[in-house]
Design a protein around this ligand. Structure first.
Ligand SMILES: Cc1cc2nc3c(=O)[nH]c(=O)nc-3n(C[C@H](O)[C@H](O)[C@H](O)COP(=O)(O)OP(=O)(O)OC[C@H]3O[C@@H](n4cnc5c(N)ncnc54)[C@H](O)[C@@H]3O)c2cc1C
Length: 398
C-alpha cells in the first residue's frame, strides 16, 4: 500500500547540517526520502512506509560556473530555471527542456529522475551531461565521483548510477554538469497531414544534413492542447530548429519544405509551441506514462489503447521521433488492462513502459512495476544496507 508523500514530515536542512542529519536518521533507523523541490514526489512507485522527507530546497547555491570550460557546479536544490537564467548571462545553458507541468525542477530531482524531454534528439540526456557529484550514503558516509572537468574519467561512474535512481541510493548534494552555447536563433516547424506522409518526412529528415534540436511526434489531442490543430487532422511533427543566425534558420526551413510533400501543411512558429507550462498540466487523476520504444511505429503501438481510427488521438503523446522516448497522458477512464497491454507491446518491441502516475492506488497496483534484477538489488544493498532510503521506490524492489 502506498503512503501519501504530502503527509510525511519534511526537514529542510542547510548544506552544513546534511551530514549530521543523515547520520541521525541512520542511528534512529528512520526511513527517509530525498527531495528536491517536492513537485513530483508522487510520481513512480509509491513509498511503502512512513518516511521523513529530506528536502534540498535550502541547498540551492550555484557554486562555480567555469565559463570557458563549459561546466557548472551547483547544489542539488537549485531550481533549473534559476540556473538557466544565470547561465544565460554568459550565453550558455543546460541543454534540457523546461519542466513540464506545475512548478520548477531542482537539478538534483531532475538527475534523480533521469528523464528529460525532446532535446535529447540533439543533446545528450541528463545522465550524460552530469560529470561529477558529491553525495551522502544512507549511513551518513560522504562520497564523491567524477570531477569538474569534462575529460575526468577516474573512479567509479556513480553519475550514471545516480541518474534515474529515484532517491533510492543516496542523497546528492552537489552536481557538476556540462553546459552548452545558447543558440542565438530558434524557430519551430509544425507539420501536419496524412500519417504515412509524415512518417516519410520524418525518415527523410533523419537522413538529411539538417540537425534539428528536436523532432517530436505529437498526437492530435496534444496538438489541440497546444492550440496547434483544429482537430481531425491527425498527429503532427513538431520540429525545433536552432542556429547561430536567423538567415541560417530560413535556409533550414526552406530545406525542410523541399523535403515535405505538398499534401503536408507546414507552419513556422517563432515561439516554442509547447512553451506554455500551463498547457502541460497532466490531467488530474489520469495516467502519466513514460515509454521508450526506438524504431517502433507510434500509431501501431498505441492504436489499441486509444481505440479510435486515428490511433494517436486518444492520449496526449509526445514521442521523440528518433530517440523513441515518449511521455503519454491518458484519461483516468483508460483501463489498467489497456496500459498493461501497452507495456507488453512495448516490451515485445524491445522497449519499456513506466507508470509515473496512475488514476488511483488500485490502478497503480493493477500495473505493477517490473521487479528489479539481481544487479540492481545488489547495488541497493551496497548503498543502503539498512533499506532506509525511499522504501518501495526502487521499481518493484525493497
Ligand atoms: C516525460 C518527462 C520528461 C521530463 N522532462 C523534463 C525536462 O526536460 N526538464 C525538467 O526540468 N523536468 C523534466 N521532467 C520532470 C522532472 O523529472 C522533474 O522535474 C523532477 O522530478 C524534479 O522535480 P523536483 O525537484 O520537484 O524533484 P522531487 O519531486 O522533489 O523529487 C523527484 C525524485 O528525485 C529524488 N530526488 C530529488 N532530489 C534528490 C537528491 N538531491 N538526491 C537524490 N534523490 C533526489 C526524489 O526522491 C524523487 O524520487 C520530465 C518529466 C517527465 C515525466
Amino acid at each position: 500500500m502506498g503512503v501519501d508523500t504530502t503527509a510525511t514530515p519534511v526537514v529542510k536542512p542547510e548544506p552544513g547540517e546534511l551530514g549530521e542529519l543523515v547520520r541521525d536518521l541512520c542511528s534512529a533507523r528512520r526511513h527517509w526520502m530525498p527531495s528536491g523541490l517536492g513537485n513530483h514526489l508522487h510520481w513512480g512507485p509509491s513509498v511503502s512506509v512512513e518516511t521523513t522527507t529530506l528536502s534540498m530546497a535550502r541547498c540551492n547555491r550555484l557554486l562555480e560556473h567555469a565559463v570557458s570550460d563549459f561546466t557548472v557546479t551547483v547544489e542539488a536544490g537549485l531550481p533549473l530555471q534559476v540556473l538557466q537564467q544565470e547561465l544565460g548571462r554568459t550565453g550558455q545553458w543546460l541543454a534540457v527542456d523546461p519542466p513540464p507541468g506545475e512548478g520548477d525542477s531542482s537539478i538534483g530531482g531532475l538527475v534523480a529522475r533521469g528523464i528529460s524531454g525532446g532535446l535529447q534528439h540533439r543533446y545528450p540526456g541528463i545522465r550524460d551531461q552530469l560529470i561529477g557529484l558529491s553525495l551522502w550514503r544512507a549511513d551518513g558516509v560522504a562520497a564523491k565521483a567524477g570531477g569538474r572537468v569534462v575529460k575526468n574519467v577516474a573512479g567509479y561512474d556513480l553519475m550514471r548510477l545516480f541518474s534515474g535512481s529515484w532517491g533510492s541510493l543516496g542523497l546528492m548534494q552537489t552536481l557538476t554538469l556540462r553546459t552548452y552555447p545558447l543558440p542565438p536563433a530558434r524557430c519551430w516547424a509544425l507539420v501536419q497531414g496524412p500519417f504515412a506522409e509524415l512518417a516519410r518526412l520524418r525518415a527523410a529528415l533523419l537522413r538529411s544534413s539538417l540537425t534539428p534540436e528536436r523532432v517530436d511526434w505529437w498526437s492530435e489531442s496534444l496538438a489541440r492542447r497546444h492550440r496547434c490543430s483544429d482537430g481531425g487532422a491527425g498527429p503532427l511533427l513538431c520540429i525545433g530548429l536552432a542556429s547561430i543566425a536567423s538567415q541560417a534558420l530560413d535556409d533550414q526551413l526552406a530545406a525542410l519544405s523541399r523535403l515535405a510533400p505538398s499534401c503536408l501543411r507546414l507552419e513556422a512558429a517563432e515561439q516554442d509551441p509547447s512553451g506554455s507550462a500551463a498547457a502541460w498540466q497532466p490531467e488530474r487523476g489520469g495516467w502519466l506514462l513514460r515509454l521508450g520504444c526506438p524504431g517502433a511505429d507510434p500509431v501501431a503501438l498505441l492504436d489499441p489503447v486509444s481505440g479510435d481510427p486515428h490511433g494517436l488521438t486518444g492520449g496526449e503523446l509526445c514521442w521523440g521521433a528518433a530517440t523513441g522516448l515518449a511521455d503519454l497522458r491518458l484519461a483516468a477512464s483508460v483501463r489498467p488492462a489497456a496500459v498493461a497491454d501497452l507495456r507488453r507491446r512495448c516490451r515485445a518491441a524491445g522497449g519499456f513502459l513506466v507508470v509515473l502516475q496512475a488514476p488511483d492506488q488500485a490502478a497503480r497496483e493493477a500495473v505493477p512495476s517490473t521487479p528489479p534484477d539481481a544487479v540492481s538489488l545488489a547495488i541497493k544493498a551496497a548503498f543502503d544496507p539498512l533499506k532506509l532510503l525511499s522504501p518501495g521506490r526502487l521499481p518493484g524492489g525493497p
